[in-house]
Ligand binder design. Structure first.
Ligand SMILES: *Cc1c(COP(=O)(O)O)cnc(C)c1O
Length: 350
């Protein structure tokens, strides 16, 4: 592949008001696309956002050979645009791709795609950076035309972008899920692949019908250990420590989780990464211990949890203004917006 990305520019359109719309409905003016065939990447280009033409035989439509990433660009205090931790997102993308037998995207191509698209659509990065950002969605799909089960020989790598605002507004009400599992040992739980999501809709829908916002996933074998909540990593603040389950093969290695744990260490907080049984939480709640619980992910940064339902009983988590989770949210936000020093080299400023 040559280094130059072709750019087909579109006359700038007026940017619609997206704050009031559901997340992810309105794409920016452009998209990045590159094609993999004969063992290498071809025709990398940024073009006006448009529909794809895809054969109904395309393998991705049948066997779920798709992988994606989710990352964000922010308008900094100094007016520059900051893409947060692209190296970490790229390395996870490559791990997911490897698990799904899909070809690697070299970092050069990945970052040229992201930089090129964000630069071209820079006026789409929300000006209100208190809760607005530009969400970036790199993804890859298998496009070989053949309905027979096989690893595809052809792929599309794309990047699209959409303005994003605070994802969950109210603290969540969640239940411990002990019938279904998101991921099983040896499966694809550590990969950010489409199929993981398709399979998680049913238990999430059931929980919503029972009045919950989301489930807390448990391990598939015993359903006694806590894994994640919905599509976010789960972190507790409890007994003066941040406590979170270890990255097993069934938990996604969240960039937000990693960033929050690192910043927590910087703030002098004690961190405990260990398996957590929901029975321990139940005991803690019954004995009146104060406990914070929150989801961590790129979309929401942190999503405070207000209520955890354990075997039919509601328990309240602490969500007061002085909660530690809000300090962590502010710490990560200050780095991204350039209000605090980027001591870990996370910001990619364009
Ligand atoms: C993407 C994702 C997360 C969060 O990862 P971030 O890198 O922090 O956005 C957590 N769990 C699942 C299942 C995910 O797909």
């Amino acid at each position: 592949m040559s280094n130059a990305i072709l750019i087909e520019n579109k006359a700038a359109s007026p940017i619609p008001e997206t704050r009031s719309l559901p997340f992810g409905k309105i794409p920016t003016d452009h998209m990045f696309i590159a094609e993999y065939r004969d063992g290498s990447w071809h025709d990398a280009r940024i073009v006006p956002f448009a529909d794809l033409t895809l054969s109904p035989l395309a393998l991705c439509l049948h066997y779920g050979q798709t992988v994606f990433e989710g990352m964000k660009a922010f308008l900094m205090e100094n007016g520059k645009v900051n893409i947060f931790r692209p190296e970490k997102h790229h390395s996870r993308f490559c791990k997911s791709l490897d698990r799904l037998c899909m070809p690697e995207v070299p970092y050069d191509l990945f970052i040229q795609a992201i930089d090129g698209l964000v630069d071209l659509d820079r006026n789409w990065v929300p000006a209100d950076n208190s809760d607005g950002s530009l969400y970036l969605r790199p993804f890859m799909i298998a496009t070989e035309q053949r309905v027979g089960v096989k690893i595809s020989d052809e792929y599309l790598f794309m990047v699209i972008a959409t303005p994003a605002y605070a994802y969950y507004s109210e603290p969540l009400r969640v239940k411990i899920e002990t019938n279904h599992a998101r991921a099983a040992a040896g499966g694809t739980g550590a990969a950010k692949c489409g199929g993981n999501y398709g399979g998680s809709f049913y238990p999430a829908k059931k929980a919503q019908e029972e009045g919950f916002d989301q489930v807390i996933w448990t391990d598939s074998r015993t359903h006694s250990f806590i894994e994640e909540s919905g599509t976010m990593n789960l972190i507790f603040y409890w007994n003066g420590k941040l406590v979170t389950p270890p990255l097993s093969g069934t938990i996604l290695d969240g960039v937000t989780r990693d960033s929050l744990l690192t910043l927590a260490k910087d703030l002098g907080l004690e961190i405990e990464v260990r398996p957590i049984e929901w029975a321990e939480l139940e005991e803690a709640f019954i004995s009146g211990e104060k406990l914070e619980a929150f989801g961590a992910g790129t979309a929401a940064i942190i999503a405070p949890i207000k209520t955890i339902n354990i075997t039919g009983q509601d328990y309240d988590c602490y969500t007061g203004d002085d909660a530690v989770m809000y300090r962590l949210r502010d710490a990560i936000s200050d780095v991204r917006l350039g209000k605090a020093r980027d001591t870990h080299g996370w910001n990619h400023v364009i």
